[in-house]
Every structure is written in C-alpha cells, then in structure tokens.
Design a protein around this ligand. Sequence first.
Ligand code: FAD
Ligand code: DLZ
Ligand code: SF4
Length: 512
Amino acid sequence: MAGILRVVLGDQLSPGLASLRDIAPGDTVLLAEVMAECSYVPHHAKKLVLVLSAMRHFAAMLAGGGTSVDYVRLDDPDNTHSLRGEVARAVARHGPAAVVVVEPGEWRVMQDMNGWEQAIGCPVDIRRDDRFLCDIRGFRDWAAGKRTLRMEFFYREMRRLHRVLMQGDEPAGGRWNFDPENRKRLPAHIALPPRPPASHDAITREVMALVADRFPRNIGSVEGFAFPVTADEAEAAFEDFLRYRLPYFGDWQDAMRGGAPFLFHSVIAPALNLGLLDPLDLCRRVESEWWEGRAPLNAVEGFVRQILGWREFVRGIYWLHMPEYAGLNALGAARKLPAFYWSGETKMRCMADAIGQTIAHAYAHHIQRLMLTGNFALLAGIDPAEVDEWYLAVYADAYEWVEMPNTRGMALFADGGIVGSKPYAASGAYINRMSDHCAGCAYDVKDATGPNACPFNALYWDFIGRHAERFADNPRMAMPLRGWAAMPAAKRAALRARAAGLLATLEAGGTI
Ligand code: FAD
Ligand code: DLZ
Ligand code: SF4
C-alpha cells in the first residue's frame, strides 16, 4: 500500500472526522482496542462496553461503506496493547506513505502521539479536532490578557459567534442566562418519563462477554448496559429527550430525587463524547424547540449553556493549563478517598443513592456529581488526584479533558479559582432543599453537632473555618465567613469536634 493509514481513536467515532474527510481509495483506517486505554484508570464495566462496542460498530459502518478497515481486537494474540505499538504494527503491515490522525482529547495521549513519527519512522500528520465549537488555539486567544476567565463571558461570545439563541445582536428573550429559573425543587407528584428502550445486538453482546471476562474486578457490571453505541441510536435517544424531557429540563435541572437517576436529563454525554453526536447540531435542534413553541426558554437556554458554554469552556481550560493543572491542589487536600465511594456503603442516604446509581449505571447527573460526591470530597479535604481517578473511572462519559476541570476545578476548587469564582461548598440544608433524601436518612439534617447529626453540616462549617483566611478577600464567601465568625466559640468547637470525629472514622478506614 502506498496510501495513507488513518488512525481513529476510541472517542473519535465521527464520520466527518478531520482524518477521514479526504480518504481515498488505497487508504486504510486503523482502530485498535488496547489495554493501555482500557486500564489507565479502572474504568466502569459499562464504560468499557460502551467504548469497545461503539468502536466495533463504527468500524463495521465504515467497512460496510466500502472503506478498507484494519481493526485490532483486545484479544488479538499479537496485540501490543498500546496505541503507539498498534500504529507501528499497522505501518509494518501496510507500508503507508503517511499516518493521519486527529489530536487526542487527553494530554497524556498527545504526549505519546508527538513521539509517534520518530518511533515508527513514518510521517505523522496530527490534525486539529474540529468537532468542537471552540478550537483550543481559539480559546487561548480569547483567554490571552484576561486576569480571570469566566464561563459566562465565554458563553456569550460563543452564542454570538455561532448565532445560537440570538435575536439580532441581542440574546433571545432579552437575557443571556436563565440560571435562576433552573433551581426548582421537584415535587413528589411529578411523574418521570420512562427511559428510551435499549436493545443489544450481537456486537454489543460479544463485547459484554469480553468485558465481563477480562475485567471481572472493575466497578459495576455489564448487565443492564443501555447506552447508544451508534450514531443512529444516539440520534433516537436525543429525539426522545427533545420530546419527553427537554420541556422540563430547565425547571428541574438542579433537582434530585432518591431512586431516580436520570430525571429530565438528556444522558447524551456518553455518546456525544465518543463523537456519535455533533454539539452544534444539538444546540440548533434544541433552539428550534423554543422557536416552534415546544419548550420554554429556561429549558432551552439551560441546555445550550451546558453544551455551547460549559463543555467548550472546560475543554479550553484543560488545554490552556495542562500539564500543570493535573497537579493543582490549592486547598492542600490530602485525605484518602473513602472506601464507600467504590462500594456505596454509607449511611448518608444522599451519597448512597448517588454512588449506588453510579455503580449501577455509570451515570449520575450534574448536581449529584457536584453537590453530593464532589461537595463531600471538597469538605472532607480528599486528595484531588484520588477524586480525579474516581470520576474518570466511574462515569461512562469521562475523559480527562472534561472530567478534570469539572472535578479539580469546579467541584474541589483545587485550581484556586480558574474554573469557578468560589467553592461549591454546601451543608445538608442545600441537599434537603433540592432533594427528598433527608426525610429517610439515618442522619438528622437539622442537627450539626450531635451523634446523629448530618455529616455535611459539621464538615461544611469545619471547611469554612479551616479556610477562613484564604477566602477572607472573596466577596462571594463573605456570608458564610460572617456566619462562622459570629458563632459562639463553644458552637465552633462542637462543630470542629464533630467534623474531626467523622474524618477520623474515615481515616481509620471506617464508614459514616
Ligand atoms: P445533561 O444534564 O442533559 O446536560 C447536557 C449536556 O451538557 C451533557 O451531556 C454534557 O455534554 C454538557 N454538560 C453539562 N454540564 C457540563 C459541564 N459541567 N462540563 C462539560 N459539559 C457539560 N461531563 C462529561 O461529559 N464527562 C465527565 O467526565 C464529567 N465529569 C464531571 C465531574 C464532576 C465533578 C462534575 C461536577 C461534572 C462532570 N461532568 C462531566 C459534567 C456533567 O455532570 C455531565 O456532562 C452530565 O452530568 C452528563 O449527563 P447528561 O448527558 O444527562 O447531561
Ligand atoms: C476510553 C477508551 C478505551 C476504554 N479503550 C480504547 C481503546 O481500546 N482504543 C482506543 O483507541 N481508545 C480507547 N479509549 C479512548 C481513549 O482513551 C481516548 O481516545 C483518549 O483518552 C483520548 O481522549
Ligand atoms: Fe444527606 Fe445529610 Fe440529608 Fe442524610 S441528612 S440525606 S447525609 S444531607
């Protein structure tokens, strides 16, 4: 062959990918299942099924359209189990004139890819990933010279640039942001729409057996796998969201309900991050729902803000600050991740619910990730590296470019304020306001210091007291700091003692 070897990574499953756009007869597309990618964190069993099944379906789709595909399976006896090793073997097999690939989502892989050309002795053309709405170099230009980077201003620029939800030069409906209207508690009588039906074809069933066999100790199970693995399935899932959930997405975006993992969320991140859906297309279709009167603006703007705003913003932050970002620990958090993050065995009903559904489905919605598991790790001072590893492993949509700024930045404030202007620290009162968890909990959400007091309460005040000096100049922290300062010394001591007891139990390997 003197054609081109076109390498497609497991999260680059888009037919319009920059490395496939100019494909010509004589070229070959390489996809490789390798242990390096399957084990750099102990991925949830359902995440492994998702990626490997989607890769196999994508390869079958290309081959069905007449493309020459070289697919290396995990159980291929000659598999070197690294991307570089598999590209080198494929180069030896096909003798291409060059290798073409799209830049990867993770810094770790980019470092490796930069060494491919020298290692394999063949020209390697690394192309920009233009499946995003803001190129990482464009984000760098936007960030240049700014003292602080705030998502809100980035988001407005993106709305203007891509002309999403705009009326002339003004935001649709006269406001950029309907966030204050997206924080309602979900009343008990509201029924939830059923999940779209899931079916497994022979490819997925084969991958489920492979994952069950090769990764028996990974968190979660392959049973009940229900994520879309092809563009058509992802499309159907998104249509289902538009029809049955989008109209309510805004009102209850921040709500939680025990035993209800998905609520009105789209659950499209697993497919979107693999490349099975196009982010601008999603925004435009959601926008149409408003123009055509089928969904209210607070829902539509809320959804667009997540995709056009947050998703692009965190990717920009990741590439702007890596590799230093991965070592940031502004609050000096050093405790080990409690074992209950992996088992769900805790008396805290809210945490047991969020972790239990994470184990069951490889999914939790944003507020569970931020205000339950993230908030607890923030308050308890858990080492960001351990928290990062957990989030990267347990969620089907997790890739470092999106996981790390959300975890280390938004949830843990370990980046010292690059992503957010203040830590998202909250006591049990917030969880009680936004969920139905507390009524059935072994702990008392109204108590902060007694033996049965909600752990979030004492840990919250201990966190505020511990970092009072650091946040003294932050106007957004003024209220809790005033509350802490105004407390009688005996109350502060009791809160500290309760927090110390809880943390000591965790440090001794116990659960709370
Ligand atoms: P919906 O609630 O329906 O939102 C729609 C879409 O908006 C999502 O599919 C996603 O693509 C995008 N989105 C929403 N919020 C964010 C955000 N903060 N950052 C980036 N995109 C966003 N998202 C991931 O895709 N992968 C991760 O590894 C990941 N890790 C996270 C870790 C923490 C600690 C936190 C707080 C958030 C994390 N998020 C991550 C963001 C968000 O929680 C998920 O995108 C969302 O829960 C996915 O579910 P959904 O598809 O039902 O989203
Ligand atoms: C996540 C993942 C997994 C589990 N397995 C593979 C694989 O076997 N082969 C592959 O090419 N990609 C895989 N991926 C996705 C990569 O980890 C992803 O491309 C990089 O992390 C860059 O985002
Ligand atoms: Fe969670 Fe505290 Fe409420 Fe229990 S009482 S569910 S631990 S917030």
